[in-house]
Design a protein around this ligand. Structure first.
Ligand code: C5P
Length: 253
């Protein structure tokens, strides 16, 4: 995947809706203002590839939030089926382990070679933001800090051949320090401009903080999809990203 150039290309809009009509409406309105449209499990379960085809027919690009986590053989087969169905961007849980990830990356690459297709971008989910330190320690019996744990998962993702990870802005700073490869993609879920409601999110980052931390792509949903003026909302976010990119350039100069 080529690293995003413009501010708008960095936005992944979460389509957390239930019907194809809603997908159509949002894609038609916002396709020129975002890089990708994300579909996740609720929509995948009901409409799967139909939703993907619709997004693409309308001129959008799709990020398939598959969150695979199973034994290596099952994830490999599922991933190959995604590739055969022309999915170019999806993810797996890093907690599925290096054997699951390397096997999947290898199987997907071999399949793409056979079919003469460009390999997809595969990201790794570090730790869901619904996990806090207490759950990590008491339920998963992980003694290390949540920050160390996320960093360790990012290293596993990198060493196993994934193209990037999902991580918060704070985690991204550590990931960028420890994994200096600039081609390694970091996507920040749950971003919120300061003017938007956090909704049910607990840990959120502003687009500015995410960009300054070294994030490549930002996932954002309701602040745009439920706004009265969606174009106005997305334009504010594009401006915030563009300003942060300039600020970052100055800081790095
Ligand atoms: O509407 P909102 O901006 O909260 O949507 C954020 C999207 O990103 C949702 O689809 C949510 O499932 C996803 N996500 C997240 N936090 C994570 C991983 C994914 O909010 N850690």
């Amino acid at each position: 995947m080529i690293k995003p150039e413009s501010a708008k290309d960095r936005i992944i809009l979460a389509l957390d809706v239930d019907t194809l009509d809603e997908v159509r409406e949002l894609v038609l309105e916002l396709k020129d203002y975002v890089g990708y449209f994300k579909i996740s499990l609720p929509l995948i379960v009901s409409y799967g590839f139909e939703a993907v085809r619709l997004i693409e027919e309308l001129g959008g690009r799709c990020y398939y939030d598959s969150k695979f986590h199973d034994i290596p053989n099952t994830v490999q087969k599922a991933s190959i089926n995604l590739v055969k169905n022309n999915i170019h961007f999806f993810n797996v849980h890093i907690q599925g382990g290096s054997k699951m990830i390397t096997g999947t990356v290898k199987a997907v690459r071999a399949c793409c070679k056979r079919l003469e297709k460009k390999p997809p971008v595969i990201l790794g989910v570090t730790l869901l933001s619904s996990f806090g330190q207490r759950t990590l320690t008491t339920e998963l019996c992980v003694e290390r800090s949540l920050e160390d744990y996320v960093l360790q998962l990012a290293k596993v993702a990198y060493d196993s051949g994934l193209d990037g990870v999902l991580a918060s802005a704070e985690d991204t700073k550590r990931i960028r320090e420890q994994i200096p490869d600039k081609d390694f993609i970091v996507v920040c879920p749950a971003t919120r401009p300061t003017w938007a409601s956090v909704n049910d999110q607990v840990r959120v980052d502003t687009p500015r903080d995410a960009i300054l931390a070294g994030v490549d792509y930002l996932v954002i949903g309701r602040p745009v999809t439920t706004a009265e003026n969606r174009i106005g909302a997305i334009n504010l976010i594009i401006d915030e990203i563009a300003t942060a990119l300039k600020e970052k350039e100055i800081l790095n100069a």
